[in-house]
Design a protein around this ligand. Structure first.
Ligand code: SAM
Length: 200
């Protein structure tokens, strides 16, 4: 059975025992460059997970009898590779090991309740900001094109009052967490997650 292991936001301290065990027993690890580097000492063969997802699916089809572990940042089913693998192979052929998502980690660090929090993504897609900003509590994984600055501009364009909590390089040595009004958000952020709160 194919295993997809959520590895959390990127520090070994936040890896579950279940993920650690699966990775230790893997014959082949599949992941992004940064993820594979975290487990460089595992002894498993590695395969880089790149933009060619169709190629990956065909490659995995031929290796279902082997102990293959696909590494997923955060939680595999929250805007992660786990969703694509379950929809391709079926839930019966994929074991998902949950991980701590970057959103969950940021909420913990900032003391933000996750109740009624709408979790969404701008990663590789254009969000519907009219719809999104109709919600009082939103958390978003982002990408280089639509990140904190673009989100802040969408809020200002609509004349809304919101607080942005921006978590950058979470769980890394260069982690930064900011609580800002939209007017205070400058361009130029590294890997980040944004929580958008209507605090009125
Ligand atoms: C494809 S999504 C994967 C989300 C992941 N499945 C999760 O549960 O966190 C990738 C995005 O997650 C966010 N992300 C993942 N790890 C992060 C970290 N350590 N710090 C900040 N953001 C992170 C960034 O927005 C990044 O562009």
């Amino acid at each position: 059975m194919l295993i997809v292991a959520g590895i959390g936001p990127g520090t070994p301290a936040l890896l579950t025992d279940a993920a650690r065990q699966a990775i230790a027993q893997a014959e082949i690890l599949v992941g992004g460059r940064r993820q594979l580097a975290l487990f460089a000492g595992s002894g498993a063969q590695t395969r880089l997970l790149d933009a060619d997802i169709e190629g990956l699916l065909a490659w995995l089809e031929r290796r279902l009898a082997q102990r293959v572990v696909v590494l997923a940042s955060g939680d595999p089913l929250l805007y992660g590779i786990g969703n694509r693998l379950v929809s391709h192979f079926g839930a019966d052929r994929v074991r998902i090991i949950p991980g701590i998502s970057a959103i969950q980690y940021l909420c913990a660090r900032a003391g933000v309740a996750m109740n009624d929090l709408l979790m969404t993504s701008s990663h590789g897609r254009q969000p519907d900001f009219d719809w999104l900003l109709g919600h009082p509590r939103v958390a978003m994984v982002t990408d280089q094109l639509i990140g904190p600055y673009q989100i802040a501009r969408e809020i200002m364009r609509r004349g809304l009052s919101r607080t942005l909590i921006i978590g950058e390089n979470l769980a890394q040595d260069n982690e930064r967490i900011h609580r800002l009004a939209p007017q205070q958000v400058a361009p130029g952020w590294e890997m980040n997650v944004v929580v958008i709160l209507d605090e009125r």
